[in-house]
Write a protein that binds this ligand. Structure first.
Ligand code: G3P
Ligand code: CA
Length: 248
């Protein structure tokens, strides 16, 4: 399964409607987006807690209203073709999702976003299987599973390999965290995990997902290990290459 990281963010401004639409056009199975809460309680799609990187002007999302955020142009930096693109609300992102395709919702702020997020999901036409929650903060994954156990939720972990070959966090610690918060799986960074790590995780009953993989060879390696999804900035390129290799 190919997940478009912040949309097709290699070719369109990240976390915007053009990036999500391009991902669908390129055949992505899912989109991934980053979400924060505005001052007036709206859920918006933006990676950082402020707007400096995407808009030039530095506004702190939690201290700014949706109306003020909507005035910013977050497309122009990626090219003239994207001039006038604004930060989308989660509702606007949901509207792009075709039937049977999925969204990975990454929670980038605190527990306060969970109720508004769940309200937005219920307001949408999406089926439960189309919505997945991801977060680096295991406590937030635990809270999502407590409130809404019928959604899949994966703990994001930046796994590092130490000089002696061991991992930080170790597989045992990772499994303990996953069990504690009732996560459905782990979504790991791509550079350190090896085949044993993935196999043990899956044999213990957890899914494995990976981000951010832009090289075909690396994506193919994870697919061969049985990793359930690969998140990439270039969904068209990766999907096309893996499809070409898949048996009929
Ligand atoms: O899919 C997980 C990945 O998006 C986490 O890293 O910084 O791109 O949000 P980041
Ligand atoms: Ca993300």
């Amino acid at each position: 399964m190919i997940v478009a990281h912040r949309g097709a963010s290699g070719e369109a401004p990240e976390n915007t409607i053009p990036a999500f639409n391009l991902a669908w056009k390129q055949g992505a199975d899912a989109i991934e987006g980053d979400f924060h809460l505005t001052k007036d309680g709206h859920v918006v799609c933006i990676h950082d807690a402020n707007t400096k990187k995407v808009a030039g002007k530095n506004l702190v999302v939690k201290d700014t209203t949706l109306a003020e955020l909507k005035k910013l142009d977050v497309g122009i930096k990626k090219g003239a073709a994207f001039k006038g693109t604004s930060i989308p609300t989660i509702g606007e992102v949901f509207e792009t999702i075709p039937a049977e395709k999925k969204i990975y919702i990454e929670i980038k702020c605190g527990l306060e976003i969970i109720s508004p997020l769940l309200r937005e999901v219920s307001k949408s036409q999406l089926k439960k299987e189309q919505v997945v929650f991801i977060c680096f903060d295991a406590k937030i994954i635990g809270a999502v599973k407590m409130e809404a156990p019928y959604f899949k939720a994966y703990w994001l972990s930046n796994v590092k390999q130490n000089q002696d070959g061991s991992f930080t966090p170790s597989l045992e610690d990772s499994l303990a965290t996953l069990r504690k918060v009732k996560a459905d799986g782990m979504s790991s960074s791509s550079s350190a995990v090896n085949d044993k790590f993935i196999t043990k995780l899956q044999m213990t009953g957890f899914e494995h997902h990976v981000w951010t993989v832009n090289e075909i060879k690396v994506a193919q390696w994870f697919a061969d290990q049985g990793t359930q999804s690969v998140t990439t900035d270039f969904p068209g390129r990766i999907k096309g290459a893996l499809k070409a290799k898949a048996p009929n």
